[in-house]
Structure formats: structure tokens, C-alpha cells
Design a protein around this ligand. Structure first.
Ligand code: ADP
Ligand code: ZN
Ligand code: MG
Length: 480
């Protein structure tokens, strides 16, 4: 029997702000000294009063606009009560009934809600049977996004998470490195028979945590789908529970039975002001929309549309604003020339990015070494046939080394220009004609494709230095 998997994601992301969610401690994810950025508020001392971080609220509202969700008119914060050493005050401040954002979609996946909460401290269990708690992360603004259960395969789950990471970075809302725990994905997974699916009856779900890379999201979802199908086929039941992902063993394992929301005894936090969002000018949709950059999806569409890029090409640019800006500065000189736009795309994505990777140069530093005008100069030389593709590669390397040098003078100095002067090439062509009488005869008898062979011979004779277009022209003339 065939089963239909259903997946819904819950994604937490630490937000980039100067200070924490409810106090003025620094929000520094790279802080190495434990408990360096702490105060009575983020330690959860009784009697302290939280103060709202407007930057964090703005980040979430902007994400809401970017995913075309509904921004809350009214919002409040709730206490989510539970006991754990990393949350000494006995509750986490979160949003329950009134999330900042409801609805929306990203990468074709419907979003249920996006809300704001505080991150918890971090516990480590050391080798001397001691547990240590580091409060640097305690109270860091944390956004939680919940999708609808509308994903049906692991690849789409990963695509969604990657798109969210890209969006957070583009908005400056967070770095969202999964490996650093700045973005944490939890996958809810169930399987149902096609008939149940038809009747909109989902199977029992499990929730998988500890996914700290896109790769583990993909593998864990696949493992869990297979595990659940096996259980059902054996006549057993899927137990609703929270499971962990063991990357080394490549399997999920049972952690605890799933708690439900009423276990947390949510209630509105009496110490935090409720917000009437619509009364606060800096939170208005119009004001925030003005601050939004071009979003990755919009840029992908525009680059495909305006510059005739493939999906793959546009995707690379959507991932890098510095590279996109560089590209646009280069082609601004010749937007109406599709040939040179295409050459620019090709040379940037293959040779240029390859070079950056090989020499570990980032896109910003690279565009300082080769100005956009110099890159455009290189493309002009390629388009005019003044330099071969081999020569262009070498020239690009030289340009990267000699900051600010003009491509033409570098090409001349290093003998990279193709010979386009008839007087330089003619003798070689005469020899090719004399040495290949048979092919020449074929050509003259109407087999025009034979010219290709003769061009090849002439290129060989000039050791690749001749401009093939000029060779073709002279050959055609000489052969009449
Ligand atoms: P809970 O009450 O257990 O927290 P929710 O309804 O709030 O469950 O959903 C939490 C997440 O689980 C959401 O991302 C949602 O899309 C997903 N989800 C809900 N039901 C299912 C299901 N049967 N199969 C897969 N995912 C589901
Ligand atoms: Zn603090
Ligand atoms: Mg829930």
C-alpha cells in the first residue's frame, strides 16, 4: 500500500539585535566567555521587569510582510510554564493567542503563524557529572515560524528552510546558521493512506528535534516516513511523541511523549505591555514595507525575466546581494545587448566565482580588486573576439592579482590578445589552403561545412592566437 507523507515545520531563529528581548544585555551569538552578557532580568530573578525590544518586533513584522502574512493589530506576550534548569524563572515568555504574524506563504508553503519569544539558556553536561548553565543566550529574541501541514516530501521541507534562511539574511533579521544553532528546525511528520488523505484525515504525527543541518532535516524526514510506514504495515501504531535525530546512527529515537499546549498553562504576562500595533507608527505596514530590500524570490524572478537567466543562474544571484549588485553595475553599460549580458552571467558564475573560491576571496573584496568597469571591459573584449575564452580566463586571474589594472593593458602585456589583423593571419591561411587541396576542392564543390575543418587547421597553425571569426572571414574570401 502506498502512503502519503505529511510534514509541517516549526522553525526557531535567533534574531539579530543589539540587545536582548527584554533587557539591555548585548545579544552576541559569538560571545565565548560563559555568562558574560547577563543581568537580573535575563537570569529570571523575581521582581525584575522586562522591557520590550522594538527592533526584534520590527524584524518579525518585516518577515510577516515578506511572506505576505497578516500583521497583528493587537498583540501580547504569554508565560509558557515549565521547569528546566535553562529557564530558572519557571516560564518562557512567548506569544500564544496573539502571534505577531498570521498566515502567509514562502516557497509555496503556507505559513500558519510567526511569533516572538525569548531564547533559553544553554546547559552543558560536563565529564565530572556536573551540569553547567550559560545564560548568554537567555533572553535572546527568538522568532518561531510554524507552517501548515502542507509539505509532502523531504526536498520541499529543505527548500522551505533554505528559503527562510535566505530571507532572514536578506532582511538582516538573523544569520540563521543551522550549525551554530541560530536556526533550529523541528519537523512534524505523519503518513496516511491515500483514502485518509482524500478525507483530510492525517495520521498520528511525531515531532523530530535536534536537526542541525539541512542535510539532517532531509535525512531525518526520510527516515521517519519510512519508520512510520513500516510500523503501520506491521499492524502497529505510530505513537505521538517527540523524537531526537542521531546523525551518526542515521536514525530518530524516542525522547518523550508529546506534551500538549494545556500542559504549559499559558497566561498573559502581566509585566509586559500589550501592544496596539496599529497605534504605533514605526510598526505600520507602510513604514516597514519601505525598509524592505528586494527579496530573494523577487530578485530571482527579475533576473530570469530581465536578464534571461535560467532558474539555476538566478538562484545563485538570489543568494548573494554583493554578487548581484556587482552584476547589475557591470551590465548597466549594456543592458540592451543580450550577448554581453549572457557573457557576463557566464563569466561571473563560472570563472569569477571559481577564482573567488580557489583564492578564498569574498564577493565584496573581489569587486574592489576588479571594478565593474574593468569587468565590463573584459566582457567587451570577449564579445569583440579580441581574446579567446582560454585567454579570458587567464586575464581574469591577472586582473584579480593586479588590483585596478585595465584589462586591455594587462592583455597586451601578457600577450593574450587574439590576432585579428589580416596581415598577421593571412600567411598561415595560405599555407592551410595549399596543404589541404582535397578539402578545399570539396568546399568549392558545395560542401560548405568543410570550412570548419580549415578554420581548425588555421587555428592550430597560429597556436590559437588567431581570432576564429577573422580566420573564417579571410578563408571565405580567399576560397571565393
Ligand atoms: P501541536 O498541538 O502538537 O503543537 P499543531 O497543530 O500546533 O500541533 O502543529 C504543530 C506543527 O505540526 C505544525 O507545523 C503543523 O503543520 C504540524 N502538523 C500538525 N498536524 C500534523 C500531522 N498530522 N502531520 C504532520 N504535521 C502536522
Ligand atoms: Zn540581561
Ligand atoms: Mg502547537
Amino acid at each position: 500500500m502506498k502512503f502519503v507523507p505529511t510534514i509541517g515545520l516549526e522553525i526557531h531563529a535567533e534574531l539579530k539585535t543589539a540587545s536582548k528581548m527584554f533587557c539591555s544585555c548585548r545579544n552576541n551569538p559569538d560571545e565565548e566567555t560563559p555568562n558574560a552578557n547577563i543581568c537580573p532580568i535575563c537570569l529570571g530573578h523575581p521582581g525584575t521587569l522586562p522591557i520590550l525590544n522594538t527592533q526584534a518586533i520590527k524584524h518579525v513584522l518585516k518577515i510577516g510582510i515578506a511572506v505576505d502574512g497578516t500583521l497583528a493589530d493587537f498583540t501580547e506576550w504569554d508565560r509558557k510554564n515549565y521547569f528546566y534548569p535553562d529557564i530558572p524563572k519557571g516560564y518562557q515568555i512567548s506569544q500564544y493567542k496573539y502571534p505577531l504574524v498570521s498566515g502567509g506563504q514562502l516557497a509555496g508553503v503556507k505559513i500558519e503563524r510567526v511569533h516572538l519569544e525569548e531564547d533559553t539558556a544553554q546547559s552543558t553536561h560536563d565529564t565530572h557529572e556536573k551540569s553547567l548553565v550559560n545564560f548568554n543566550r537567555s533572553g535572546v529574541p527568538l522568532m518561531e515560524l510554524v507552517t501548515e501541514p502542507v509539505i509532502h516530501d523531504s526536498a520541499s521541507a529543505v527548500r522551505f528552510a533554505k528559503e527562510l534562511q535566505l530571507l532572514l539574511r536578506e532582511l538582516g533579521a538573523g544569520e540563521a546558521n543551522m550549525e551554530k544553532g541560530e536556526m533550529r528546525v523541528e519537523a512534524n511528520i505523519s503518513v496516511s493512506s491515500p483514502e485518509d488523505m482524500e478525507a483530510r484525515r492525517f495520521g498520528t504525527k511525531t515531532e523530530v528535534k535536534n536537526l542541525n543541518s539541512f542535510r539532517s532535516v532531509e535525512r531525518a524526514v526520510e527516515f521517519e516516513i519510512a519508520r512510520q510506514i513500516k510500523l503501520i504495515e506491521r499492524g502497529e501504531k505510530v505513537v505521538q511523541e517527540t523524537r531526537g535525530w542521531d546523525d551518526a546512527a542515521s536514525e530518530t529515537y524516542s525522547q518523550r511523549s508529546k506534551e500538549s499546549s494545556h500542559d504549559y498553562r499559558y497566561f498573559p504576562d502581566p509585566d509586559i505591555p500589550k501592544l496596539k500595533i496599529s497605534l504605533i507608527p514605526e510598526f505600520s505596514r507602510e513604514a516597514l514595507a519601505k525598509e524592505l530590500p528586494e527579496l530573494p524570490a523577487a530578485r530571482r524572478d527579475r533576473f530570469k525575466d530581465v536578464f534571461s537567466m535560467t532558474d539555476k543562474e538566478a538562484a545563485v544571484f538570489a543568494e548573494s546581494t554583493p554578487l548581484s549588485n556587482y552584476f547589475e553595475s557591470i551590465v548597466s553599460a549594456y543592458t540592451n545587448d543580450p550577448k554581453r549580458v549572457k557573457l557576463t552571467t557566464n563569466y561571473l558564475l563560472s570563472d569569477y566565482l571559481g577564482l573567488l573560491k580557489k583564492e578564498s576571496i569574498d564577493a565584496d573584496a573581489a569587486s574592489e580588486r576588479i571594478s565593474h568597469a574593468a569587468f565590463a571591459g573584459l566582457v567587451n573584449m570577449i564579445a569583440a573576439g579580441e581574446i579567446s575564452s582560454r585567454g579570458a580566463k587567464d586575464l581574469l586571474t591577472l586582473m584579480m592579482q593586479e588590483k585596478g589594472a585595465s584589462p586591455r593593458s594587462l592583455a597586451e602585456k601578457n600577450n593574450l590578445l587574439q590576432k585579428s589583423d589580416a596581415s598577421d593571419i593571412s600567411p598561415a591561411i595560405d599555407k592551410v589552403i595549399a596543404d589541404n587541396a582535397k578539402v578545399v576542392a570539396e568546399y568549392k564543390a558545395g560542401k560548405t561545412a568543410s570550412i570548419q575543418f580549415l578554420i581548425g587547421q588555421a587555428m592550430k597553425a597560429t597556436k590559437g592566437a588567431a581570432n576564429p571569426e577573422v580566420v573564417r572571414k579571410i578563408l571565405a574570401e580567399k576560397l571565393g
